[in-house]
Design a protein around this ligand. Structure first.
Ligand SMILES: Cc1cc2nc3c(=O)[nH]c(=O)nc-3n(C[C@H](O)[C@H](O)[C@H](O)COP(=O)(O)O)c2cc1C
Length: 208
């Protein structure tokens, strides 16, 4: 059997080697992206931020509708606005993130009809955003734990827009800077085997 051609010139990061093992060869960057919580004081340049968002822009979407919207908080005032709706447990680490990005999507197409793929497409954009960030040496972690009603009110979000996740973006910091409850969890996690997610052809017929 010939294995798929994969660019293996890049290496697995040391911290990833101990925790993540692919069942089949994939680019090391797929495994190198992981969601740390610690952030350093290093600022994220406009260029790096826009490169990360540019990557998301090129995600595939149904009929190329690009339903995603990215609400960026960078100034102290903008980040404080976000802190008002992020759940307290998440704030223990997101407060140190230099950039917060709220991922939202338009639920309707241009004719006002429901776009059934808006969430799926925005998830694809998040995946590409996170990978591009990792390629730049930046960390991302998505946060679903926030109050959507408060976010909606504070950010004047229209009714036809759904809020998905806040992404914390920045350069990784020292584990010791984290609240103690997170320090032991500041390592890459793993995945269940591919075989456990794979259905060949159809689910087994369990009808009597
Ligand atoms: C939609 C979404 C919501 C998430 N919400 C939270 C959250 O509220 N708090 C948190 O610490 N991590 C959150 N995470 C991070 C996941 O727990 C993490 O991505 C997952 O464990 C896989 O780890 P990895 O990203 O390091 O590969 C969220 C991730 C996603 C995609």
């Amino acid at each position: 059997m010939s294995l798929p051609s994969v660019n293996l010139t890049e290496r697995l990061l040391e911290e990833v080697q101990a925790h993540r093992h692919a069942d089949y060869p994939v680019s090391p960057w797929i495994l190198n992206r992981w969601s740390s919580r610690s952030f350093s004081d290093r600022a994220v340049s406009d260029e790096a931020l826009h490169t990360v968002l540019e990557a998301a822009r090129w995600a595939p979407s149904s009929s190329n509708l690009q339903p995603w919207r990215f609400v960026v908080a960078r100034t102290r005032e903008e980040r404080e606005r976000f802190q008002a709706f992020i759940r307290p447990t998440n704030r223990l680490w997101t407060d140190r993130a230099p950039v917060l990005i709220l991922l939202a999507s338009h639920k309707l197409n241009a004719n006002g009809e429901p776009n059934g793929a808006h969430a799926f497409d925005t998830g694809a954009a998040w995946g590409i955003l996170a990978l591009q960030a990792a390629l730049l040496g930046l960390s991302t972690r998505a946060v679903g734990g926030f109050d959507r009603e408060i976010a909606r009110r504070i950010l004047h979000v229209p009714d036809d827009v759904e809020l998905h996740a806040v992404v914390a973006l920045g350069y990784r910091g020292e584990k010791e800077t984290l609240h103690e409850s997170f320090r032991d969890r500041e390592v890459p996690n793993s995945r269940r085997p591919l075989a456990d997610s794979l259905i060949e052809g159809a689910w087994p017929d369990t009808a009597p």
